[in-house]
Design a protein around this ligand. Structure first.
Ligand code: NAD
Length: 361
């Protein structure tokens, strides 16, 4: 029987098709945009050129300085430029870093976003924004930062290197996996999440071995969109909080941290979530198996990082001595989790992730 639930559906339009990049200009026009700020990064300049041509006179400002975790100083510079150019809308072409900067701008300037994601980060489907200053990543929620239109074009991801594809897909997987038990979860968010896991698990190996396979890329992008929606309708859990702390303190590559932490965070919660674990294992294509181990196997098969010790921060490789401080910071942020969790439990998760052994549930 379906348990009673409440579900706030987020108001966002999706255009999903190979070649959909050609529709970005008309989507911006539908919103009534007249002074558009186009945000992209160094790797998405060519696609941004195509969007700039579609925007014509409606393009007021082009901005290609983006960084992951949205440093406050960068957001302030972009905000000044947005003010100077009287922008009334933002179009982004890029990964979560481009979307993240657009969200910081939408927050201050209260203007709509048209997002064209080129990774699997899923930020385009959430009201969550993040800003980082003084080694601390502050996140918040505001409906204004949710892109009004998201244009998904799998062709834009054909050139995404494996070193980004695999970890970014794990970032998406993490959204779906934690949405199965995060605060706010309900039968609809679980349906989104499980379909997201199925789509990613079946397409990731093919997208890694044949990067230009547009069908696999489309499936992966579809899974990432669903995963973003599942995160957007629930809340960040223990796994996400650990990754935010690692990203904010050490400037680790966001998606790499997700790849390494996910199996260990799942293994910690597995004993108290038998029903969710069984459904997750089914969705991963590993019925009856332990999903933490199945995720670790998928990570190894996809060639994504599996050891924190292998990840570089702004001061070089992460050191084991840095883990206790990260556990302290995460303990201060994690208030809700299905299994009671202490600071020492968090340190244990980080240490197991540091060593990078297959979780043993
Ligand atoms: P990113 O945007 O930095 O992209 C990763 C790398 O891929 C970059 O080097 C970029 O240049 C490159 N790239 C992007 N598209 C490409 C393409 N089509 N071809 C070739 N290279 C390409 O990183 P990300 O992993 O997409 O996003 C991470 C950021 O997003 C973090 O700051 C994270 O906190 C944020 N995030 C936010 C949410 C949210 O809901 N607010 C959700 C997920 C992630």
């Amino acid at each position: 029987m379906v348990q009673p639930f409440t579900f706030d559906q987020l108001p966002s339009r999706i255009v999903f098709a190979p070649g959909a990049l050609s529709q970005v200009g008309s989507e911006a026009e539908r919103l009534g945009a007249e002074r558009v700020m186009l945000v992209h990064d160094a790797m998405t300049g060519e696609s941004a050129n195509a969007v700039a041509a579609q925007l014509g006179d409606r393009l007021a400002l082009r901005w290609n300085d983006v960084a992951q975790h949205v440093p406050v100083e960068l957001a302030e510079r972009a905000r000044r430029a947005a003010t100077d150019n009287s922008i009334d809308a933002i179009v982004t072409v890029g990964g979560g870093s481009s979307t993240g900067l657009a969200k910081a701008l939408a927050l201050s300037h209260r203007v709509p976003i048209v997002a064209v994601p080129t990774t699997y980060a899923g930020s385009e489907q959430t009201t969550i924004y993040g800003l980082t200053g003084g080694q601390h990543k502050q996140t918040g929620k505001d409906p204004i930062v949710l892109p009004r239109v998201v244009v998904y074009d799998p062709e834009l991801t054909l050139g995404l290197p494996g070193s980004v594809t695999g970890p970014s897909a794990f970032n998406a997987l993490a959204h779906s996996v934690e949405a199965l038990w995060a605060p706010g979860c309900n039968p609809i968010t679980s349906a989104l999440a499980l379909e997201g896991v199925r789509a990613i698990a079946r397409s990731l190996p093919q997208a890694m071995s044949k990067p230009a396979d547009v069908d696999a890329r489309g499936d992966l992008l579809y899974g990432a969109a669903l995963s973003g929606m599942a995160l957007g309708a629930t809340a960040a859990g223990l796994h996400h909080k650990l990754c935010h702390v690692l990203g904010g303190r050490f400037n680790l590559v966001h998606a790499d941290a997700h790849s390494v932490i996910l199996p260990h965070a799942i293994a910690f919660n597995a004993p108290v979530l038998p029903g969710e674990m069984a459904r997750l294992a089914d969705a991963l294509g590993a019925p009856g198996k332990d999903p933490a181990g199945a995720l670790w196997d998928l990570a190894v098969a996809s060639g994504v990082p599996t050891r924190l010790a292998d990840l570089n921060g702004s001061e070089g490789p992460l050191q084991r001595e840095q883990l206790p401080g990260a556990a302290d910071a995460a303990a201060a942020e994690i208030t809700v989790n299905p299994r009671q969790v202490t600071r020492d439990d968090l340190l244990g998760i980080l240490e197991r992730a540091y060593d990078g052994k297959r979780p043993d549930v």
